[in-house]
Design a protein around this ligand. Sequence first.
Ligand code: ADP
Length: 162
Amino acid sequence: MARAIVPGSFDPVTNGHLDIIERAAALFDEVTVAVASSSPKSALFGVEERVEMLREASSHLPNISVGSFEGLLVEYARAHGAIAIVRGLRAVSDFEYELQMALMNRRLAPDIETVFMMTGAEYSYLSSSVVKEIARLGGSVEGLVPKSVGQRLRQKVGLQQR
Ligand code: ADP
């Protein structure tokens, strides 16, 4: 049984993330999506909310589970018996950070391989930050995030602006 971890901030999950998660679920027997709770980026959604949104959006896939972690990703991966960490790559600008993380994670855990998947072309310009910015400015995020995420975004941004 081969398990992969798909880690990230997922603040919130976008259709670009889901594309990577679905493709990982087709390659590996089991996929655990892991929400980083100690991310340096300040988050709009709490960890539990981010986990809930991911659970809703991936409920059609039987081999996906969702959790959260604090501390080292490789420790979480080990504790879950994962053989791989899956990350998505969009532009060249993603590369340097991803290379650094992958090399450091290999140093910490040589038995866990980082696997990269190229973004779906239609999602190459899509990021959680852009989605949050559009929502804040009152634009439509339809087609960029799952419907339930769009609703939560509107609610959250409405609350913040009140
Ligand atoms: P992090 O804060 O760890 O970068 P993100 O939630 O921003 O977390 O992203 C998680 C993973 O999903 C990363 O590997 C990122 O490159 C990937 N990703 C984000 N958006 C897209 C997208 N539109 N297409 C492909 N991969 C993506």
